[in-house]
Design a protein around this ligand. Structure first.
Ligand SMILES: [Zn+2]
Length: 701
């Protein structure tokens, strides 16, 4: 182990020239952002991978027989320089990128992937892990030690470490070919989206479009060298167009193009690509001895097997279809009342739904926003974390980050003041930041400090709020505020983590568990007590009126039948496609999808979120292959978890909050998540609260 630690430092010659390789004499060990240049990354990665390889070789080559101590903690400690470099690179490439960083990304991705694969299939290292795994009953391991051993062993096995000879070579070829195919799949979707344009040449073509959408369409036209507004298949254009355009014929054209992306003959046809991906995944699963790819993937999730996913989806399916049928009746009635044909087609749904929404819940975003200034909502999130988990957030204005808009906070215990973590809050959109909202880390915690003490995590939240003019407050929409709380929930999962090993720390949990802490935290935003305290008018400081809160709340259930049917239909198709035990070379994807939807009795007018030829969750990477259900799975846990506070009669009940911290936010993947949840709730999660939350059953059903 001493060897491994010495190997962790870079040689002084390289370190002097490259700030990524040296010791960081900065507050909290933050990266020395002002000294880092894009050109530093390639040599830093080379050195960090060399160091990591040396560390791995040292563990594998040890002449001592494998013990937990000389293998697993050593493996867990190894690669810190690589992880640190990767964290800086990955975070800057997402939040403060440049053409130089982007080109570095392209060159580095295959090298890093090859490095990870080489480590996870290292024969000598795997032999030691496997020996420990075989002997695990006799090793007298603490529960978290046993868990981390099992997780590492699973990583190695799933990377192909256990295969030999021809099977191993075939495994590597399949993984390589899948990387190629998934990249092309995503590019083809982009190409189809870019190729389509609906030109709105005359004023009647723009009927019904609000000004923001006209401006966006003009902008899209200008970007294509046209002096007319155009609708492309960018989601931010086509979805509002389907919502507001009064031109049924144009809505139909846009809808048909949108739902057939990736499904046209020619260079961008994704059907043969998806077919080959499915066949290769099936073969890969076979090499691992699984009946199907879904079996293979789900074995490493909370759901464990396809039948459990199937059961969840079936439980939501019937009430969602019933709710969608009611929603359809309301749309038909509205069309009739306007002397329009009452038969609703798929391209009509969003249009009429928007009209119904206006009648039922009419409130303008402009009425809500003055009560949600960004600063107050940040204070609200911090206050909730304080009342639930005893944390205090103290801004450090003199500590620089990678952009002047980023705020740095010390996270301390309210009692005693011990430093728990460092939190970076990066809230504004800018051209150098990718879209969306996410949580990430600059340093993941563990108990690998010099004397076994807890390493202080450095966590970052990114949002993309539009920054107000200088001197003006940035006002959030209700959805923006919810996003802020969601990402802050992920941040707390990273900050509160208190486990020994990096492999199971913070958000390094199973795919269908990771959204629990984030989705759960959204609940506190909508607590009346929290709104009264923090949602105050930015000029008058008056709390938000009750009537407005009620309308915002009521609107949350609107159109949830439609949303849930579309989501669940896509999840069913995902599961069916990845459960195939043979993938015929002439598999007709459209016919396969149709058959699955017919089996379900899917209402065609509702549609589905993603059709197979453009289902990027499944085919642009393996991230959500046989895993599209995971969002709903986490929602079941989250809705049921919040019920514990409802039952206690207090959204900040101290006992429930402490159990939540200990069992869910602090324990990472050091405990089997099924057990972790049961420890928190005293039982398994029930589906009822999720159905209620979506408005799919009434409270007294
Ligand atoms: Zn999330």
């Amino acid at each position: 182990m001493a060897t491994a630690r010495r190997a962790g430092a870079a040689s002084p010659a390289t370190a002097g020239a490259n700030p990524l390789l040296g010791e960081w004499q900065t507050p909290y060990g933050l990266p020395p952002f002002d000294r880092i240049e894009a050109a530093h990354f390639a040599p830093a990665f080379e050195e960090a991978m060399r160091v990591h390889r040396a560390e791995i070789e040292a563990i594998a080559a040890s002449s001592a027989p494998p013990s937990f101590e000389n293998t697993v903690p050593a493996l867990d400690r190894a690669g810190r320089l690589l992880e640190r470099t990767h964290a800086v690179f990955h975070n800057l490439a997402a939040s403060e990128t440049s053409p130089e960083l982007q080109s570095a990304q392209l060159g580095l991705a295959p090298k890093l992937a090859a490095h990870t694969h080489a480590v996870q299939t290292h024969a000598g290292l795997f032999a030691r892990i496997e020996a420990l795994y075989e002997a695990r009953e006799r090793l007298d391991l603490a529960p978290d030690q046993r868990r981390v051993l099992e997780r590492y062993r699973s990583d190695f096995v799933r990377a192909g470490a256990r295969l030999d000879g021809a099977a191993r070579a075939r495994h590597a070829r399949i993984v390589g070919r899948l990387a190629e195919l998934t990249t092309r799949f995503g590019q083809n979707v982009l190409a189809d989206e870019a190729a389509f344009r609906l030109e709105l040449r005359h004023e009647p073509d723009l009927a019904g479009l609000p000004e923001f959408l006209r401006a966006a369409a003009r902008q899209a036209g200008a970007e294509r060298g046209l002096d007319v507004p155009v609708v492309t298949l960018a989601r931010s254009l086509v979805v509002p167009f389907l919502t507001f355009s009064e031109r049924r014929d144009l809505r139909e054209r846009a809808w048909r193009a949108w739902t057939t992306r990736g499904e046209h003959d020619g260079a961008n046809d994704n059907r043969p690509i998806a077919r080959e991906i499915l066949a290769l995944r099936r073969e890969l699963a076979g090499l691992h001895g699984a009946r199907s790819y879904a079996d293979h993937v789900l074995a490493d999730t909370m759901a464990r097997e396809p039948s459990h996913v199937q059961t969840l989806l079936e439980q939501v399916w019937k009430p969602a279809c019933a709710r969608a049928a009611q929603e359809l009746e309301a749309l038909e009635a509205l069309a009739l009342s306007r002397d329009e044909p009452p038969r609703i087609e798929p391209w009509d749904w969003l249009y009429y739904a928007e009209k119904v929404r206006k009648v039922r819940y009419d409130f303008e975003e402009a009425q809500v926003k003055p009560y949600f200034p960004l600063e107050r909502m940040v204070a609200a999130a911090f206050d909730c974390a304080g009342r639930l988990f005893g944390l205090a957030f103290v801004e450090q204005p003199e500590v620089p980050a990678y952009h002047p808009d980023v705020k740095v906070y010390e996270v301390r215990r309210r009692d005693g003041g011990a430093l728990v973590g460092v939190f970076l809050h990066d809230n504004f959109a800018r051209p150098s930041k990718r879209s969306g909202a996410w949580m990430s880390s600059y340093r993941v915690t563990s108990h690998h400090g010099p004397d076994g003490e807890r390493v202080v995590p450095i966590v970052v939240n990114n949002n993309n709020f539009a920054k107000a003019a200088p001197g003006e407050p940035t006002l959030l929409s209700f959805d923006d505020a919810r996003t802020l709380f969601h990402e802050f929930g992920h941040a707390l999962h990273g900050l509160l983590s208190d486990v020994r090993y990096v492999r199971v720390a913070g958000t390094r949990v199973l795919r269908d568990f990771v959204e629990l802490p984030s989705q759960l935290f959204e609940h506190w935003l909508t607590e009346p007590e929290v709104l009264k305290r923090h949602a105050r008018h930015y000029v008058t400081h008056e709390p938000i009126p009750d009537a407005l809160v009620e309308r915002v709340h009521a609107a949350r259930h609107f159109n949830q039948g439609h949303e849930t049917v579309r989501y669940a239909a896509s999840a069913f198709v995902d599961l069916a496609a990845h459960s195939l035990q043979t993938v015929p070379p002439d598999l007709d994807l459209a016919a396969f999808e149709r058959a699955e939807l017919d089996r379900l009795g899917h209402p065609a007018v509702v549609g589905l979120n993603h059709r197979l030829p453009h289902f990027q969750h499944l085919f642009s990477s393996a991230a959500y292959a046989a895993g599209y259900y995971a969002y709903l799975w986490a929602e079941v846990l989250e809705a049921d978890a919040y019920e514990a506070f409802v039952e206690a009669g207090d959204p900040f009940d101290a006992e429930v909050a402490e159990r939540l911290r200990r069992c869910i936010y602090a324990s990472g993947d050091s405990v089997d998540p099924v057990e972790a949840y049961r420890a928190f709730r005293g039982r398994h999660a029930r589906i009822g609260p999720m159905l209620q939350q979506r408005g799919l059953i009434d409270i007294d059903d």
